[in-house]
Design a protein around this ligand. Structure first.
Ligand code: NI
Ligand code: MN
Length: 226
């Protein structure tokens, strides 16, 4: 699996020859000006919740690629009404497509569309393909429920966790979350985009390393393989 950090909470994932874009927010991100939205490939768009900073570029990507949206039930009704292709799931649900297993996990946050439409419950996801597993937490606080992940799906090879604080957990709680999910390798996201979530990179990375973990704060556009 190839995972590309596209800024804020947006990821590009390549698995089994398929392209998945998670929580597209590129055109509104000053830090992601060098990412060309129009050149992104997408078979699927995976959405954790309905907040603007996770869905801003959904319509543009769908018009360009005809990608299918994977999200919770309420968001699937919202996009279904626009005649977009959707696969609606709900918390704890799982299914497999194109050799990629998708499981919806618990996230503690809120979820409404920018126009006020109810966006259902927020979620994270676990994606599994060819024996590799990534946990994408979504916007969430630290929760005890994260301890269920290694028990139910097995330990992830990579945990993608919010580290910016203010709207989600910060890096200190994310370090505990890494323990809960049984994964010492963390890709941090949801940081630096806006003033309240700016973090000190060396302080955050050091916080992880003295606790025997690795925090990756990737450049926007940078990829890693698991
Ligand atoms: Ni949010
Ligand atoms: Mn957010």
């Amino acid at each position: 699996m190839k995972i590309t950090y596209l800024g804020h909470a947006c990821l590009g994932i390549e698995a089994n020859g398929k392209h998945i874009i998670v929580d597209p927010f590129i055109s509104g991100n000053e830090l992601a000006k060098h990412i060309d939205l129009n050149s992104l490939k997408a078979d699927y768009i995976l959405l954790t919740h309905a907040h603007q900073d996770h869905i801003l570029d959904v319509d543009k990507i769908v018009f360009k690629t005809s990608a299918t949206i994977i999200c919770n039930a309420e968001m699937s009704y919202y996009y279904g009404a626009k005649e977009f292709k959707t696969i609606g799931m709900n918390t704890g649900g799982n299914f497999e497509l194109d050799g990629i297993k998708v499981k919806s996990t618990i996230a503690f946050h809120s979820s409404s569309f920018p126009d006020g439409t109810y966006g259902g419950n927020p979620n994270g996801y676990i994606l599994e393909c060819n024996g590799k597993r990534v946990y994408i937490a979504g916007d969430t606080s630290l929760t005890q429920e994260m301890k269920l992940i290694p028990e139910t799906t097995g330990k992830p090879d990579l945990a993608v966790l919010p580290v910016g604080g203010h709207f989600t957990m910060g890096f200190e709680d994310a370090c505990i979350a890494a323990d809960f999910v049984g994964c010492d390798k963390v890709l941090g996201y949801h940081f630096d985009t806006f003033p309240p979530i700016k973090i000190n990179h060396s302080e955050a990375k050091n916080y992880f390393s003295v606790r025997g973990k690795e925090l990756i704060l990737a450049e926007i556009g940078e990829s890693l393989m698991i």
